[in-house]
Every structure is written in structure tokens, then in C-alpha cells.
Write a new protein. Structure first.
Length: 181
């Protein structure tokens, strides 16, 4: 039985490193390979494109948008020609809410039959109603506009319903045209 023993295992054990030169290269590589791998990984993570949410949170535009003041001051220049809005602009901003749908008894925009008795009273009566309010309509329709702008909106609505009113001019323009020969 002792003859059946495998003699290949009796040989001395040897590793893959056989010379001192191979040992030195193995030691150097065992330090350099992980260091190079770590450097490559950090470059990939640090310099890769950032497309996720919140990556632009610290950019100057984003910071400026977050620290905007809550309110602001608007200075209106009264009596300056060209600074006044047209009748259509005032109508679109304020009057359309009720006059387009005819809400709360307001005459519908462009309805000649509903506007006829109001137009018959004249521009001055319509302007007083618009400036001071009438029925369910608040003064100036709830807007903060110059009297000339409200007058332009009244003329715009009345003329679309068959009126023939002239558009009121800015106060400075009206006084300069009156003094012209």
C-alpha cells in the first residue's frame, strides 16, 4: 500500500515569484495599482457631468432668485405723455372680468342693445360711473389707473358697442393742443 502513494505531492512547494527582481516588481505593483485605481475613480466621480436635481442650487442666478425682496416699489409718472395705457390695455387688465361675461349685471362688451341707454347719457356720465363706481362695480373697476386711462377704457367699450366718443388725451397733451392757434 505504501507504493500507491502519490509522490508528486512530496516535491518542495514553490510560488510564482522565483527571483528577487520579480519580488520587487510585485511589491511595487501591489502599491501602485490600488493608488492608480483610486485616482481614476475620484476623477470619474468629481469631474463627471452633474445632471441631477439641485446641482445648480449654488449658481449665482439661483442664489439671486432666492434672495429677491418680497415686495417692490413702483413709481408712476403722472402727466407724462406716452406713459398712459390705452383703453384696450385697461379693459383687458380690469374691465374684461365682468364686461366680457356680463357678470353682476355689467353690460357685455360689444352688446349694442345693453350699452345704448348708457351711451345716450353721454361720455361724462359713463366716466363718472366708471371712476366712482355704480351698482356692483367698484370705483375704477378695482384698478389703480389714472382718470385718463379709465376714460380711454370707457371710450373703448362704448365705441365697440356703437358709441362715437373721441379718445381722451393726456392732460399735458390736451393743454398744449388748446394753446396752439
Amino acid at each position: 500500500m505504501s507504493d500507491a502513494h502519490d509522490h508528486a505531492q512530496d516535491a518542495p512547494h514553490e510560488g510564482p515569484i522565483k527571483t528577487p527582481k520579480q519580488l520587487i516588481w510585485t511589491v511595487v505593483a501591489s502599491f501602485l495599482v490600488p493608488i492608480i485605481g483610486i485616482i481614476m475613480l475620484t476623477n470619474f466621480v468629481a469631474f463627471g457631468g452633474r445632471s441631477g436635481a439641485g446641482t445648480a442650487a449654488l449658481e449665482p442666478q439661483a442664489v439671486a432668485a432666492r434672495i429677491l425682496p418680497v415686495g417692490s416699489v413702483a413709481i408712476k409718472v403722472a402727466g407724462v405723455p406716452g406713459a398712459l395705457r390705452s383703453g384696450e390695455e385697461v379693459f383687458t387688465a380690469v374691465c374684461t372680468a365682468c364686461h366680457t361675461a356680463g357678470a353682476l349685471g355689467a353690460p357685455k362688451f360689444g352688446d349694442a342693445e345693453a350699452w345704448a341707454p348708457r351711451i345716450a347719457k353721454g361720455y361724462d356720465a359713463l366716466l363718472v360711473s366708471a371712476l366712482k363706481g355704480k351698482g356692483n362695480m367698484t370705483a375704477q373697476g378695482g384698478g389703480e389707473y389714472a382718470d385718463t386711462e379709465v376714460g380711454r377704457a370707457v371710450v373703448y367699450m362704448a365705441n365697440k358697442a356703437g358709441g362715437k366718443f373721441g379718445e381722451p388725451q393726456a392732460p399735458a397733451a390736451a393743454s398744449s393742443s388748446a394753446s396752439a392757434p
